[in-house]
Design a protein around this ligand. Structure first.
Ligand SMILES: *Cc1c(COP(=O)(O)O)cnc(C)c1O
Length: 462
């Protein structure tokens, strides 16, 4: 007992030391692949080892291979940090080690999900009956929502997919924009909906799908139809025009699904809510808690306006399970593809409870203000061009030519002062800046802008 206490206290000190280092350590990892393999590799140990030694050795060996995504100067991909309350709740989640599949073995986890479900609906302005599955990320939120869509839309076409599968089913049509996220395609693939079912409509220079083209495609009668729209394009942060999208989707009797991995959180801000106007008319939404809500990995949310379809697509029954009476309590396995699962609701609950309505709005607005500040400051650098309308937390930047853009990006990355990734946009190399961390300060933005300034000087940008 004493040994376990000592181990956990020591581990808490290791965690604290890591968090304390975030302000000063280089953002990117320092170790090479070979160094990490030398430090972490080797054959399976034949015999037990002292737990404290295992944890010490793991911490020491892993440290140089950690990307400091929790740093206020990490702007890569779209990756949030970890709010203190959510991180602490995550420690407890591991400690309690609840199997949150069933109410019977995890009642607190179940009630926390129930509570957080209501808070999320409220915060994101979604219909009262919207059901929430606490999944691993937006990828599995797509799978969950699109499984509900597939089942429901086939049922409306007279086909029971649970009974008959997809062989011989009425062909499903999926209509979506050219700038959809790759996880939509993967979700469809996992659900047995092949590429022939996919009708891609054009997108504008910000990545917003072309509503006229969508309308024209939907006028071609075909059922069942699923439309996938987007709140927050992964590079530009752009939003589709949801009212016109919902109008044509509704007129065609289609199921409308929205990929709102981070963009859906605009709904939590009175200043930004207009960006998602009309998104509440969708049938389902996929979003993340581990991005903008700053919950530790992994945490996504599958949201569905048709709880019966959602539940029917996911639930499972067996005699040995002690399943809750319908309406009496929530069995989380009814709402996710997982059976046994980590009690993911605790961290989401803690994040929402610690921020409150005003705190979520402030977090989202702060990131957007910092993104606008980045755009204003970086645009002054020699040869720099901001490529997107900075409507949210994403900034796309390029220099005179691809070689210069790549050289500036590499220089900033290698400086260790900040880290972000690249992409191509409009056929040109670009640098992506995503502001998604609660702990990013205005000073972090200034320091990052200075790192860019030095990079521009160093590479002799034209
Ligand atoms: C990140 C992202 C996803 C995938 O989310 P995961 O949490 O990584 O599964 C899907 N869509 C968009 C727009 C994203 O930004």
């Amino acid at each position: 007992m004493g040994e376990e206490r000592e181990l956990l206290e020591r581990t808490a000190r290791l965690a604290r030391a890591y968090l304390d280092s975030l302000g000063t350590r280089p953002v990117p990892p320092s170790a090479s692949t070979d160094e990490l393999r030398a430090a972490l590799g080797g054959p399976l140990p034949e015999h037990p080892a002292d737990p404290a030694d295992v944890v010490d050795a793991l911490a020491a060996a892993a440290e140089p291979g950690l990307m400091a995504t929790g740093s206020g100067r990490f702007f890569g991909f779209v990756i949030g940090g970890a709010l203190p309350a959510a991180l602490a709740a995550d420690w407890l989640t591991a400690t309690w080690d609840q199997n949150a599949g069933l109410y019977a073995v995890a009642p607190a986890a179940s009630v926390v999900e129930e509570t957080a479900e209501g808070w999320i609906r409220d915060l994101l302005g979604l219909p009262d009956r919207t059901s929430v599955g606490f999944v691993t990320g937006c990828q599995m939120a797509h799978v969950t929502c699109l499984a509900a869509a597939r089942r429901e839309m086939l049922l409306r076409a007279g086909w029971d997919v649970d009974e008959q599968g997809l062989t011989g089913a009425p062909p499903i049509r999926v209509v979506t924009g050219a700038r959809r996220h790759v996880t939509v395609d993967r979700a469809l693939r996992l659900l047995g909906i092949g590429r022939v079912a996919l009708h891609t409509v054009g997108a504008d220079d910000q990545g917003r799908l072309d509503v006229d083209e969508l309308g024209a495609e939907l006028e071609r009668p075909a059922s069942p139809t699923i439309v996938v729209a987007q709140a927050g394009e992964v590079n530009t942060g752009a939003f589709d025009s949801f009212h016109p999208v919902a109008d044509v989707a509704q007129a065609a009797g289609a199921w409308l699904h929205v990929d709102g991995a981070f963009g859906l959180w605009a709904a939590a801000s009175p200043q930004l809510r207009h960006l998602v106007d009309g998104a509440e008319r969708a049938d389902s939404w996929a979003t993340d808690a581990h991005k903008w809500l700053n919950v530790p990995y992994d945490s996504g949310l599958a949201l569905c306006a048709h709880p019966e379809a959602h539940r029917a697509a996911m639930s499972a029954h067996a005699d040995y399970l002690m399943q809750a009476e319908p309406g009496a309590a929530r069995d989380p396995l009814d709402w996710t593809p997982e059976f046994s699962r980590r009690a993911r609701g605790f961290t989401v609950y803690a994040a929402l409870r610690s921020l409150g309505r005003s705190g979520v709005a402030a977090l989202v607005e702060q990131s957007c203000a910092q993104a606008r500040c980045f755009a204003a400051e970086l645009e002054r650098l020699r040869g720099a061009e901001i490529m997107n309308e900075v409507v949210l937390n994403q900034v796309l930047l390029r220099f005179a030519d691809d070689a210069t853009t790549a050289a500036v990006l590499r220089h900033v990355q290698e400086s260790g002062r900040a880290w972000m990734s690249g992409t191509t946009w409009d056929g040109r190399d670009a640098i992506r800046i995503s502001v998604s961390n609660w702990s990013t300060s205005d000073d972090d933005v200034d320091r990052t802008v200075r790192a860019f300034g030095d990079a521009v000087t160093a590479v002799g940008a034209r």
